[in-house]
Ligand binder design. Structure first.
Ligand SMILES: Cc1cc2nc3c(=O)[nH]c(=O)nc-3n(C[C@H](O)[C@H](O)[C@H](O)COP(=O)(O)OP(=O)(O)OC[C@H]3O[C@@H](n4cnc5c(N)ncnc54)[C@H](O)[C@@H]3O)c2cc1C
Length: 372
């Protein structure tokens, strides 16, 4: 069967590989003129690593996180995520990768010639037993299966579900990668008033950091630039935080407002389906968006190995939708707790985290690690 995948992000590249492995003829249409190398890190949990291994990308370089400390913005240790237990039960750790390494590895396996750059899809319609796809350039093509992997503002989703604009979380996120000395294998996440900050070690003596703060959507940057804005936002937090921002090159700092969408009851119609952020965009609080996209890809591949396309898509959704939607909701709830500015709620939140029985913490993690 012929498959067109719209979007060459992590979800689209992975889907291309999985459907090729299932014996199909794949083309990926990407609107950008080149595959952008986003300079940030990515936490890949055992469920994402399992999917990567199935796609033949299990050896993508990354650094295992040995300890992950959750602290209050005043520096007090609230909890330690049970990562050693994760490895014992699921055979792999939480790994932090450069996004560019992951994209490069997927692109290498898929083959650059499979990705058609500068190809923006603007619409599609069923045409007999095929799907008729229209590109911005005015070109058209037909395919047996169309997969929308075109991110949170997906054109394919818009046509399929017409569910409007994404939902703004009320927060913005600065993030970057920089050289910085951090205790080997130890990662930190501080929760504060109206925001959070995280620092994760990467494999080459650098670290990935992110800082989230409540801000209005589309807020303009100050004339002093992103670095000064981020420094100011976290000036009164533990001193390692302003220090890591200070050590960062201004031009390498990304800033994005954070959005998600409420979960929906279907991702497919006829011979068209969605994967990754196009299907279930989530706030980054569970660090699972890319892991879920990889799982979608691997599952779609195995679901489309036999039977009709419609049956395959039904199986894919049945195996993936509940799990991914649950993480969308969980991430949304966590983001609200992290973003609280109410001292009472913050006090209670920190108390609960500090005293949560291990079984509760473990149940939350475990629900995300189960195979689809
Ligand atoms: C701050 C932050 C931190 C995160 N941290 C983590 C983490 O630690 N772990 C984790 O697992 N996830 C994390 N995520 C989530 C993760 O980044 C995303 O879920 C994942 O990258 C989604 O990949 P995707 O391929 O579905 O979408 P995208 O990466 O958005 O890719 C979509 C692609 O489609 C292309 N496109 C769009 N429209 C069209 C069109 N009409 N025609 C053709 N091409 C089109 C775009 O150019 C783009 O290349 C984080 C996200 C954020 C914002």
């Amino acid at each position: 069967m012929e498959v067109l995948v719209v979007g060459g992000g992590i979800g689209g590249l992975a889907t291309g590989i999985a459907l090729r492995q299932a014996g199909h003829e794949v083309r990926v249409l990407e609107r950008a003129a080149k595959i952008a190398e986003v300079g940030a890190g990515l936490g890949i949990w055992p469920n994402g690593r399992r999917a990567l291994a199935a796609l033949g990308a299990g050896d993508t370089p990354g650094l295992p996180v040995r300890r992950l400390h959750l602290r209050s913005w005043r520096g007090r240790l609230l909890s330690e995520v049970p990562l050693a237990e994760l490895k014992r039960r699921y055979g792999s750790e939480l790994i932090v990768m450069h996004r560019a390494d992951l994209q490069g590895s997927l692109l290498e396996i898929l083959g650059r010639h499979t990705v058609q750059l500068g190809s923006e899809v603007i619409g599609f319609e069923p045409s007999g037993s095929r799907v008729h796809v229209t590109l911005k350039s005015g070109r058209h093509c037909d395919t047996d299966l169309l997969v929308g992997a075109d991110g949170i503002r997906s054109t394919v989703r818009q046509r399929l579900l017409t569910d409007g604009e994404p939902r703004f979380s009320g927060a913005t996120c600065w993030r970057s990668v920089t050289r910085f000395a951090l205790e080997e294998g130890t990662a930190f996440n501080w929760w504060g008033r109206g925001g959070e900050f995280g620092i994760f070690p990467l494999r080459d003596g650098s670290v990935y950091w992110f800082g989230v703060q409540n801000r209005p959507s589309g807020e303009a940057e100050s004339a002093r630039g992103r670095k000064a804005d981020a420094m100011e936002a976290f000036a009164s937090w533990p001193e390692v935080i302003p220090a890591v921002v200070q050590a960062t090159h201004e031009g390498s700092i990304l800033r994005n407002d954070l959005y998600d969408r409420p979960p929906v009851g279907r991702w497919s119609r006829g011979r068209v389906t969605l994967v990754g952020d196009a299907a279930h965009p989530m706030l980054p609080n569970a660090a699972q968006g890319a892991c879920q996209a990889l799982e979608d890809a691997a599952t779609l591949g195995t679901s489309a190995q036999s039977g009709s396309i419609e049956e395959g898509l039904k199986m894919y959704e049945a195996r993936r939708r509940h799990a991914a939607n649950a993480i969308v909701s969980q991430s949304h709830r966590t983001a609200r707790l992290v973003g609280s500015t109410n001292p009472l709620i913050i006090g209670l939140r920190d108390l609960l985290i500090a005293h949560a029985p291990r079984s509760v913490v473990w149940r939350q993690l475990e629900s995300m690690m189960q195979p689809s």
